[in-house]
Design a protein. Structure first.
Length: 483
C-alpha cells in the first residue's frame, strides 16, 4: 500500500480527519483540487460540542484566540435602528460543559488553524490535485489523481463537498428537499469605517426591498459576512463585486462607495438532503458529501466535524490496533441517524425564520445532547437506572478529576476508564487511561469506558463483559480482576 487512507477534500471535514489520523500514526494523503484553502466565511459558527472536539485535537487555544461570541442582532428599517436581541442564547460554563457558547469565526480562519495543526503533526495537503478515477478491490482502493499518479490505500474518504464527484461515481443517491426556493447571496465585504453600520451588532434589514439583508461582523479583521435573500425564485444571483455593491446600496442605507472590498461571494439555495448510504465498500462519505443543510442553526460544518471525529478513531483502531474491520460498520450506523436529526433541525429553524427574526437558538443547536445509545458500540450493563442517568452512548461530561479535569484525562487518541464510587480494576490495558472518582453526580455510580471520541462506550457496575468490548474495538486485552 502507498498509504493507509486517501482523503479527498481539504475542507473542515478532511482537515479534522487528517489531524486525527496523523496523531494516531495512520498514514494519510489529503488531496484538494483547489490551489488553496477555501477563502470565504461560509460556515462561521462553532458549536460547543465542536469546541470539545477541537480541544481534544489540540486546536482550541488558537480557535479561542481567533473567535468571538456572536454579537446581538440589531433590526433596521431603512436608516432607522429598531430593537436588539440575542439570536444565540448565551450561557455560563459549568463543570460538565466548559465551552457553553457558540463561537463566531469565519470558516476560512477555522481551516487555516486546522491546517497549521496538521502541519505541526507532520501532515500536509496536496493542492491542485483532483481525484480522476476510483477502483476498489478486496484489500484496498486505487485512486487516480490529476497529477497522473495512482495511489493504493486501504480506505478512501470522500470529503469533497455537496456536489461530491465520488458520491456520484459510486452511484449513491441523495434524498432530500428544497428548504427555500429563493436564491441567496453570501459574500465577505469590507466596509468603510465611517458608515452607520458598526461592528458591535449583527445588522438585519428584514423588510428590505427585494429581500432581507444581514451583515454580520467577522472577528479578526474588518470584514462583514453579507447574506441577502431574493424574493424572486427565478432570479439569477450576480456575485460580481459591482453587483454586491449595487445590492447593498439598493436595500440598505449604505452607498456603493461604502463597500471598500468584496473578497469572496457565492450563491446558493437552501436545501436539505442526505446520502442514501455513507459507505460503499472501502469508501466512506463524510461532511457535505454525505449531507447538506440549510445554514440556519449553524449545523452543517459542525455535523461534518463530528463525522470525521467518529470515523477517525475507528480507522485508527482497525489500521493500527488490530480491531476487526467490522468496527467500521458502526460509522454509517451511528452517523446517519444523527445527520437525519440535524437536517430536520436545520430545516425547522430555517422555516421558523420567515418573520425575519426567528426564535432564539439554545441547547438544541449545540450538539451536546446528540449521542449513540442505539449503537452496537453502546453497551450498558447496569439495570434499574433513573431516567436522567448517564448511559452508554451518551457524551461523557467534563468535571473535576484530581488536580485537573476529566477532559484533560480524555485528551488524546486513547480510551479512558473512569470508576465512580466503585473500585478501579487492579490492571488496566496499555492504551487505556484510568481514574477513580469517589463521587460525581453527573456520572452516577459505576465503571465508564470513554471512547476516543468522548462518548461512553461501555458502562457497568463491575468489569464483567468489558474484555469482550475491548476485543470488539481493538484495545489491548487487559488482565481484569474478577468482577
Amino acid at each position: 500500500m502507498d498509504t493507509d487512507v486517501v482523503i479527498v477534500g481539504a475542507g473542515p471535514t478532511g482537515l479534522v480527519l487528517a489531524i486525527d489520523l496523523a496523531r494516531r500514526g495512520v498514514r494519510a494523503v489529503l488531496v484538494e483540487k483547489g490551489e488553496a484553502l477555501f477563502p470565504g466565511s461560509r460556515g462561521k459558527g462553532l458549536q460547543p460540542r465542536s469546541l470539545e472536539v477541537l480541544d481534544d485535537l489540540g486546536v482550541l487555544p488558537a480557535i479561542l484566540a481567533a473567535s468571538a461570541l456572536y454579537p446581538r442582532m440589531l433590526g433596521w428599517e431603512g436608516a432607522e435602528r429598531l430593537t436588539e436581541w440575542d439570536m444565540i442564547k448565551r450561557a455560563e460554563p459549568t463543570e460538565q460543559v466548559p465551552y457553553a457558547n457558540t463561537l463566531l469565526i469565519p470558516q476560512s480562519r477555522t481551516q487555516e488553524l486546522l491546517y497549521e495543526r496538521l502541519t505541526e503533526l507532520g501532515g500536509g495537503i496536496r493542492f491542485g490535485t483532483a481525484l480522476t478515477g476510483l477502483r476498489q478491490c478486496e484489500d484496498g482502493v486505487e485512486a487516480d489523481l490529476s497529477t497522473g499518479e495512482t495511489l493504493r490505500a486501504a480506505y478512501l474518504v470522500a470529503a469533497d463537498g455537496g456536489r461530491s464527484t465520488i458520491r456520484r461515481t459510486l452511484g449513491i443517491g441523495m434524498t432530500g428537499e428544497t428548504v427555500d426556493p429563493r436564491p441567496m447571496l453570501v459574500a465577505d465585504v469590507r466596509l468603510s469605517p465611517d458608515t452607520i453600520v458598526d461592528r458591535g451588532n449583527w445588522h438585519l434589514w428584514p423588510k428590505a426591498p427585494g429581500g432581507a439583508v444581514a451583515l454580520c461582523p467577522l472577528p479578526g479583521g474588518d470584514r462583514f459576512q453579507l447574506i441577502a435573500a431574493s424574493e424572486d425564485e427565478q432570479a439569477a444571483v450576480d456575485t460580481s463585486p459591482e453587483a454586491v455593491r449595487a445590492l447593498l446600496a439598493a436595500r440598505t442605507p449604505l452607498a456603493e462607495a461604502d463597500v471598500v472590498e468584496v473578497s469572496w461571494a457565492s450563491d446558493f439555495r437552501a436545501r436539505a438532503a442526505m446520502a442514501d448510504r455513507f459507505r460503499a465498500g472501502r469508501v466512506f462519505l463524510a461532511g457535505d458529501a454525505a449531507h447538506v443543510h440549510s445554514p440556519a442553526g449553524g449545523q452543517g460544518l459542525n455535523t461534518s466535524v463530528q463525522d470525521a471525529y467518529n470515523l477517525g478513531w475507528k480507522l485508527g483502531q482497525v489500521l493500527r490496533h488490530s480491531a476487526p474491520a467490522t468496527l467500521l460498520d458502526s460509522y454509517e450506523a451511528e452517523r446517519m441517524p444523527v445527520a437525519a436529526d440535524v437536517l430536520g433541525l436545520s430545516t425547522r429553524i430555517h422555516r421558523a425564520n420567515s418573520d425575519g427574526k426567528g426564535a432564539q437558538r439554545g441547547e438544541e443547536v449545540q450538539q451536546l445532547v446528540l449521542g449513540y445509545r442505539d449503537s452496537a458500540l453502546a453497551v450498558e450493563t447496569r439495570a434499574g437506572l433513573p431516567e436522567d442517568a448517564l448511559r452508554a452512548g451518551d457524551r461523557a461530561p467534563d468535571g473535576p478529576c484530581g488536580e485537573g479535569r476529566l477532559f484533560d484525562l480524555f485528551r488524546g487518541p486513547h480510551f479512558t476508564l473512569v470508576a465512580v464510587g466503585v473500585p478501579l480494576p487492579a490492571s488496566a490495558p496499555g492504551r487505556v487511561r484510568a481514574a477513580r472518582l469517589a463521587a460525581y453526580e453527573a456520572y452516577g455510580r459505576g465503571l465508564f469506558l470513554i471512547r476516543p471520541d468522548g462518548y461512553v462506550g461501555w458502562a457497568g457496575e463491575t468489569t464483567h463483559g468489558l474484555d469482550a468490548y475491548f476485543a470488539a474495538v481493538g484495545a489491548t486485552d487487559p488482565a481484569w480482576a474478577a468482577g
